[in-house]
Design a protein around this ligand. Structure first.
Ligand code: ADP
Ligand code: MG
Length: 238
């Protein structure tokens, strides 16, 4: 587990200023949700924490260590990609263990961690199937399994449920909340879905056009939105 802190973080794509100075602390073990309209910079911010995008200006620390210029594989973070990122020719088990295999872990270690992840995610009966033989929700669980086996201190999710139908999204919300309780890991979760944010978050970060509008618990944002933007996005109608 680790806390994540951003100081004065900016991101520039050429002349385009996408993240305009973000200061944020995510506590150890917290479930933090980034919410905001499409194009406001949620994915960019998450990718900078993951190390998949350079930080143009400012700094990032994870577990108290400066990570601003550290490579993605050395940050102790794992990003959960959407289900389409599974390898179609590999079994569930192979998909889950693939990252560990690439980083030279022993077969015994891979088998052990895959078994733990499969149990947590209720994938045990499906380990020999190929992704094409799975439902959307099962595929998404495999994608989460790939992150779990790396034992990350911080999990990063970018709209992991957006490809799923409404009923499955509700079920997966509950499962992800349970997983968070089980693993007690720090999780940063991006969504543009207010209901997901309200039901899953310990802390919600409302973003608009590359800036934080407000940070607070679901109840704080709901009852005491700072401005009309937050109120319109999350807050109670007044
Ligand atoms: P969100 O995830 O909130 O929908 P993004 O972080 O994907 O928003 O994008 C924020 C802005 O940055 C958008 O205007 C997008 O077009 C732009 N952007 C994202 N990635 C790049 C890139 N690699 N090059 C140029 N512009 C980008
Ligand atoms: Mg996005």
């Amino acid at each position: 587990m680790a806390d994540v802190s951003l100081r004065g973080v900016k991101k520039q794509f050429g002349a385009l200023s996408v993240i305009k100075g973000v200061d944020l602390d995510v506590k150890d073990g917290e479930f933090c949700v980034f919410v905001g309209p499409s194009g406001c910079g949620k994915s960019t911010l998450l990718r900078m924490i993951a190390g998949l995008e350079d930080i143009t200006e400012g700094s990032l620390a994870i577990g108290g260590n400066d990570m601003t210029s550290i490579g993605p594989s050395e940050r102790g973070v794992a990003m959960v990609f959407q289900s389409y990122a599974l390898y179609p020719h590999m079994t569930v088990s192979e998909n889950i263990g693939f990252g560990l295999k690439m980083t030279g872990h022993s077969k015994a270690m891979i088998a052990e961690r895959t078994a733990v992840a499969a149990k947590l995610l209720q994938l045990e009966p499906l380990l020999d199937r190929k992704p094409g033989q799975l439902s959307g929700g099962q595929r998404q669980r495999v994608a989460i399994g790939r992150a779990i086996v790396r034992n990350p201190e911080v999990f990063l999710f970018d709209e992991p449920l957006s490809n799923l139908d409404a009923a499955l999204r509700v079920q997966m919300r509950t499962e992800l909340s349970k997983l968070h309780q089980d693993l007690k890991a720090t999780m940063i979760y991006v969504t543009h879905d207010q209901v997901e944010a309200m039901t899953m978050a310990d802390k919600i970060v409302v973003l608009s056009a590359g800036k934080i509008e407000q940070v607070g618990s679901p109840l704080e944002l709901y009852h005491r939105p700072n401005n009309l933007f937050v109120a319109g996005f999350i807050g109670s109608p007044k």
